[in-house]
Design a protein around this ligand. Structure first.
Ligand SMILES: [Fe+2]
Ligand SMILES: [Fe+2]
Length: 179
């Protein structure tokens, strides 16, 4: 396989991983929003947008290498379980799934960076390394949120709900589904 082809293949694996992550986080975000967990909803929305930007970054590099971008999720979306026909929004479990997704991505991108380096493509190597740093920050954020939830439990959720009500009262806004 030509060196350029190897990089294009790895960059497209990155695209697949990011698409899967974007879809997963939007799914979680929708459930948090529905429950009124504003802080978590905003957090997942923000990180999903960052992951979308990563797709752009990989796509730009693939274009430069004269390849084509394959727009396909790298794996299935994890759906939440139902209890008596109601979706169980298990915060601890969701944050653990998200943290694991990030740590898996870190492992993958470290490996892809090494492979790009071996193939003599230092720009793609640096791109993967740059994203490793960002994904590690995401993992850390999800770990911290998980610890907070473990420590404060219901209080953590209640505070988020109060913040949401306060915000609405301040702005005098009605719920149109957007913060
Ligand atoms: Fe990402
Ligand atoms: Fe991430």
């Amino acid at each position: 396989m030509a060196l350029k082809e190897k990089s294009i293949e790895l960059l497209n694996k990155g695209v697949a991983k990011e698409i899967q992550t974007v879809l997963q986080y939007i799914y979680f975000q929708a459930h948090f929003e529905d429950k009124g967990y504003t802080h978590l909803s905003n957090l997942f929305r923000k990180i999903a947008i960052t992951e979308m930007e990563h797709i752009h970054m990989f796509a730009d590099r693939i274009m430069f290498l004269r390849g084509d971008v394959i727009m396909k999720p790298g794996g299935d979306i994890t759906y939440l379980n139902k209890k008596d026909d109601i979706v169980d929004v298990d915060i601890k479990n969701i944050l653990a799934i998200a943290a694991k997704m990030e740590s898996d991505t870190v492992d993958l991108y470290n490996d892809y960076a090494s492979q790009c380096s071996a193939a003599g493509d230092s720009t793609s190597k640096r791109l993967f390394e740059r994203l490793v740093q960002i994904e590690e920050e995401h993992q850390d954020t999800f770990d911290i949120e998980g610890d907070n939830f473990e420590r404060f439990g219901i209080t953590y959720l209640a505070l988020q709900t109060i913040q949401r009500v306060d915000k609405k009262e301040e702005s005098g806004s009605v719920d149109v589904g957007m913060e």
